[in-house]
Design a protein around this ligand. Structure first.
Ligand SMILES: Nc1ncnc2c1ncn2[C@@H]1O[C@H](COP(=O)(O)OP(=O)(O)OP(=O)(O)O)[C@@H](O)[C@H]1O
Ligand SMILES: [Mg+2]
Length: 440
């Protein structure tokens, strides 16, 4: 049998035993996917007025008329995508003949003008007929117009552009939006209607005025953040589908709702907390979900955010953090000053080709940013005769920092995490940026 026992027996995790126990353990979930973001429930509490507005605008499609283009706005997790999908399903149920088509385009995934046109075409034909690259755009557009008239005929085709703001940042974004919102002028039978969804409230400011006038034929539908009570109602309904009866202890739903309400009323976050809490309880062989599981779930999520944040920082900020990590790794009692960080950062940049050494000022900016993001604390302290300096402490576990930094290619390739700063090398000394070997 394979086990991962280590030699000195300080800690050994027996994976076989873990899986055997897990399988024998309590089964809390009845339908885990009900807590996934893609799940559309039969009911969407607290979205009545938004459902009513979208149903009102799109209803004329039932009689073969063309609904106006419109936009949905709101912070992340306020149910925009779920509501539009919900209404599309309901509309389809009420269509006896000539049901409308719904083409759903997630602009974070399908984001270039070419790929959007190809995606619409391929979705209608039901297979990858247009290759991912290669054809001229006007050729695809012509083909698409022909297909819409031939396949959708005199029905309506809704084009849902989710995360539409991503398009504006891309080359040709305004142009493709203009094309999509004016397709009807080039169609004989079929009629199209664009629904844009965005969580960037200001994105309209970046739109070309010709596109704006095509998109705001209707007042935008604004999705307000949920409050804690509303989130609790959403969670209760989802929990009923997702978990077996009676396994959620009192207070769990309220805690998840409260924590998510603090983060701008994000239902996705609330559901994620509940799902993670359930998974933690299950892994620990508990038969019920308690508040402590939610607290641990929150810690896990915070950790995930920190990891994501560190990985997305610019390389110079990552190197500044590496300098702090190295200084605290080798001398736990040593006070770390911004001057030390500057020195170690410069040594690190010398090891990585193509990376510039920064000024004291820039390093100080990066230190402030790292402090703002909660990765470190930086307190200014008077050093008497030497003036003022910043005293820096790493604020998260150094094992986590090391694990994340070791995933960054340049840090890994140049083995920066094994580097010992000159300041801490007992046999060397640095004077005016020149390194000398100590004689004694
Ligand atoms: N009123 C509601 N009732 C039930 N579930 C909801 C409700 N609102 C949102 N949800 C659920 O919360 C999650 C996030 O919702 P959704 O994906 O619609 O958010 P969004 O506003 O589109 O966010 P983003 O801007 O980040 O895309 C989904 O799992 C969705 O089913
Ligand atoms: Mg969405």
């Amino acid at each position: 049998m394979l086990t991962n026992q280590n030699g000195n027996n300080t800690y050994s995790f027996n994976i076989d035993k873990f899986y055997r126990n897990y399988l024998k353990g309590p089964n809390l979930f009845r339908k885990r996917e009900a807590l996934e973001p893609s799940f559309i429930p039969d009911e969407l509490p607290h979205r009545n007025s938004e459902i009513e507005k979208i149903a009102g605008i799109t209803a004329c499609a039932l009689k073969g008329d063309v609904p106006p283009n419109f936009l949905c706005y709101g912070m992340t997790g306020t149910g925009k995508t779920a509501t539009v999908r919900y209404v599309s399903q309901k509309l389809a149920q009420h269509c006896t003949n000539n049901p409308p088509w719904w083409i759903y385009i997630n602009c974070t995934v399908v984001s270039t003008p070419y790929r959007i046109l190809a995606h619409i075409y391929n979705t209608i034909v039901g297979r990858e007929k247009i290759p991912a690259t290669g054809l001229p755009k006007d050729v695809i557009l012509k083909k698409l117009l022909g297909l819409l008239d031939q396949k959708v005929k005199n029905s309506v085709c809704f084009l849902v552009l989710d995360e539409i703001d991503i398009l504006i940042e891309k080359k040709g974004g305004n142009e493709i939006l203009y094309t999509l919102t004016r397709l009807n002028e080039s169609l004989d039978l079929c009629r199209t209607s664009v629904i844009g969804i965005s969580n960037k409230l200001k994105f309209m400011e970046y739109l070309d005025s010709r596109v704006t006038s095509n998109l705001d034929e209707e007042e935008p539908i604004v999705f307000h953040p949920y409050n804690a009570n509303e989130l609790a109602d959403i969670l209760k309904l989802r929990a009923k589908i997702a978990f077996h009866e009676g396994i959620i202890e009192e207070g769990v739903i309220k805690l998840c709702a409260g924590l998510a309400a603090r983060e701008h009323g994000d239902a996705r976050k609330a559901l994620q907390l509940l799902r993670k809490a359930g998974e933690i309880a299950e892994r620990n062989q508990n038969k019920k979900i308690f508040e402590k599981h939610v607290e641990n779930a929150q810690k896990d999520i915070d950790k995930d955010h920190i990891v994501e944040y560190m990985l997305s920082m610019p390389l110079q900020a990552q190197l500044t953090l590496t300098a702090i990590f190295l200084l605290s790794k080798y001398t736990r009692e040593h006070i770390i000053t911004s001057g030390d960080i500057y020195d170690v950062h410069s040594e690190l940049t010398n090891k990585v080709p193509g990376v510039k050494q920064l000024t004291h000022r820039r390093i100080s900016d990066y230190i402030n940013e790292l402090a703002l993001s909660g990765l470190i604390t930086a307190n200014t302290r008077s050093m008497g005769h030497y003036g003022r300096t910043k005293i820096i402490n790493l604020d998260i576990e150094s094992e986590l920092v090391e694990r994340v930094l070791s995933q960054i290619k340049k840090i890994q390739d140049y083995k920066l995490l094994n580097y010992k700063p000159i300041l801490l090398q007992t046999d060397k000394v640095k004077v005016k940026n020149i390194v000398f070997k100590k004689l004694i």
